[in-house]
Design a protein around this ligand. Structure first.
Ligand SMILES: Nc1nc2c(ncn2[C@@H]2O[C@H](COP(=O)(O)OP(=O)(O)O)[C@@H](O)[C@H]2O)c(=O)[nH]1
Ligand SMILES: [Mg+2]
Length: 288
């Protein structure tokens, strides 16, 4: 997995690539990370795609808190945005994506049918910030490894259509977009999930952020995985990090604990957690 360091030139190219591809498609499939559905969206995508039909895929839902994923889906529905939770790594995304896309394009498809056009192919493109699982998603949609792996933004080359069953075609090169940079909290979440290039953040800081987040939101998961006592769970994050370092036999080499924690988190060993909560205003209203 290699992520990109974004420069204005990269961003301009990525934008241009998406604008070109947009002309070719009926629907934009935005792949976000279900553990951070809002933080892993590109800040300019809505503006870029204007009124083009748009489906949000909350990918890696196997790593996210299922309750919170449900809330996000309801939230997007309330906002009039089509969304779908998927696990592209282990699941079969094709049928749910076809169903959601056909629903989204229902009016357009009905109009075409009324004109006597029966066999139209739905054309889609896939976009998202690095590491949300776009290549994995595309490969799963097609049932073989065809999508370009790698994260070079704005690499222009000939576009190929990947044909799936049931008259659905998708461009083989996902549009790689830049993440939200402006907000420090969002940056920490993106770094934790691996969406930001290593070396652009301090791993120690990210682990301290993560420990505090677990302590506040998912203490039992931390307790279970590392067999912590109730007292240890209450420690300040920096002391907790040192306690974990000792517990795992790393003596005072806390850097090893930092590396281990990031690996454990990214592999999902620390349980299913979601870093982005739905907006408080939405939570305040009653939802079943
Ligand atoms: N657990 C899990 N891992 C996934 C899923 N989709 C992709 N991944 C992993 O996430 C990493 C990034 O995936 P990739 O498809 O290269 O992301 P891209 O940068 O958006 O093209 C890889 O290690 C994938 O194996 C998913 O649904 N669940
Ligand atoms: Mg990729």
């Amino acid at each position: 997995m290699s992520t990109i360091q974004w420069y204005p030139g990269h961003m301009a190219k990525a934008k241009r690539q998406i604008q070109e591809q947009l002309k070719l498609v009926d629907v934009v499939i935005e792949v976000v990370d279900a553990r951070l559905p809002e933080s892993s969206r590109n800040p300019e995508l809505n503006q870029l795609i204007q009124h083009k039909d748009h489906l949000i895929i909350l990918n890696k839902s196997d790593l996210a808190d299922p309750q919170v994923t449900k809330q996000w889906l309801q939230y997007y529905q309330g906002e009039g945005l089509a969304s779908l939770a998927l696990d592209s790594q282990h699941g079969q995304p094709l049928n749910p994506v076809l169903r959601a896309t056909k629903q989204l394009l229902a009016t357009k498809l009905a109009q075409q049918a009324a004109k006597g056009i029966k066999e139209t192919t739905i054309r889609a493109m896939c976009v998202g910030i690095p590491n949300t699982g776009k290549s994995t998603f595309l490969n799963r949609m097609i049932g073989k490894n065809v999508a370009q792996v790698g994260n070079r933004p704005g690499v222009t080359r000939k576009q190929n259509w990947l044909k799936t069953q049931q008259n659905f075609a998708i461009l083989d090169t996902p549009g790689v977009l830049w993440p939200k940079f402006a907000d420090q909290l969002i940056g920490q979440k993106l770094a934790l999930t691996g969406a930001i290039k290593e070396g652009l953040y301090h791993e120690d800081d990210i682990v301290l952020f993560a420990l505090a987040f677990y302590q506040a939101n998912y203490p039992q998961l931390l307790q279970q995985h590392y067999q912590l006592s109730a007292e240890q769970l209450q420690l300040a994050p920096v002391d907790l990090l040192m306690a974990l370092t000792k517990k795992l036999g790393f003596r005072d080499e806390y850097e090893r604990m930092v590396t281990r924690f990031l690996l454990d988190y990214r592999k999902g060993k620390l349980g299913r957690i979601t870093l982005d909560q739905v907006p408080a205003t939405w939570q305040a209203t009653v939802h079943d």
